[in-house]
Ligand binder design. Structure first.
Ligand SMILES: C/C(=C\Cc1cc(O)c2ccccc2c1O)CCC[C@H](C)CCC[C@H](C)CCCC(C)C
Ligand SMILES: C[S@@+](CC[C@H](N)C(=O)[O-])C[C@H]1O[C@@H](n2cnc3c(N)ncnc32)[C@H](O)[C@@H]1O
Length: 250
């Protein structure tokens, strides 16, 4: 009888290879996700997200899409950018992440009604429930690397963008520099994982390391975006090469 050998810990990403496993992973880490991002980047991830929004070209009155919105960091920045006359559609397949996003929206809307322009959707990035040519801009922050079928997600984002609109893809940079990738691994192994072990989330953050290894380089992301039909694609390295942002024009 065939037995399913459990993969060694070193292939943590492989044990989260399916979409359902990743969906559960993000449900599990939702309670500490935002806090850990602030702690481990000393809040700098918020700056990188602001840059990503700027690269999207979103402006006042636009209707924009945030794919893999999670707890809503990019959605809230887009909300401020498009203002009360604009609309933000934010999609994720993690119920837990979306619950945190909606709770944050309720809280923030008390002091700034602008945030009421965000609408949350539970859905899959590879099957966006929106018509063609709907959005003036789109973002996907730390999401594309986690989507199993990245090409399909890019095809979908291309489809729902208006001609000439931009997609901004913020994520880790799969660096071609051995020093940078070694430093990334070291920080996750010796700083991130020991801390999150206090919350019993070791394998979830070990997945992070392997997902970066299995990601695409900047040049490969540019190529994939062009294959998805985008007319232009440019990848920018930020944060000393630890992170990167792809800007693709429809
Ligand atoms: C906002 C950040 C990461 C979001 C994020 C994305 C994922 O795919 C995950 C998967 C599984 C668990 C967690 C995440 C996740 O949080 C950016 C940094 C947050 C990281 C937790 C910190 C990792 C340290 C980096 C290797 C180096 C930090 C950069 C330096 C400060 C310039
Ligand atoms: C690391 S979080 C990023 C959240 C947010 N964009 C940010 O920048 O903090 C990745 C998010 O992608 C979502 N995700 C991964 N694969 C997805 C898919 N196929 N469809 C929809 N959401 C997905 C996860 O549920 C998770 O909330």
């Amino acid at each position: 009888m065939a037995t399913h050998q459990r993969r060694p810990e070193s292939e943590a990403a492989a044990t989260h290879e399916g979409a359902a496993e990743r969906q559960e992973l993000f449900n599990r880490i939702a309670p500490i996700y935002d806090k850990m991002n602030d702690v481990f980047t000393l809040g700098m991830h918020r700056l990188w997200k602001r840059w990503s929004i700027s690269w999207s070209g979103a402006k006042k009155g636009d209707k924009v899409l945030d794919v893999c919105c999670g707890s809503g960091d990019l959605s809230f920045l887009l909300s401020q950018k498009v203002g009360v006359s604009g609309k933000v559609i934010a999609l994720d397949f993690s119920k837990e992440q979306l619950q945190i996003a909606a709770s944050r929206q309720r809280e923030r809307s008390k002091s700034n009604p602008c945030y009421k322009n965000i609408e949350w959707f539970e859905g899959d990035a590879v099957n966006l429930p929106f018509p063609d040519s709907t959005f003036d801009a789109a973002t996907i922050g730390y999401g594309l690397r986690n989507v199993v079928d990245r090409k399909k997600a890019l095809d979908q984002m291309h489809r729902v963008l208006k001609p000439g609109a931009k997609l901004s893809v913020l994520d880790f940079n799969k660096s071609t520099s051995r020093l940078t990738s070694t430093l990334q691994d070291w920080m996750i192994d010796y700083i991130v994982v020991p801390v999150v072990s206090w919350y019993g989330l070791t394998s979830e953050y070990r997945y992070l390391k392997n997902s970066i290894k299995e990601y695409l380089t900047g040049a490969e992301l540019e190529k994939l975006a062009l294959e998805a039909g985008f007319s232009e694609a440019k990848h920018y390295e930020i944060a000393g090469g630890f992170m990167g942002n792809l800007v693709a024009k429809r």
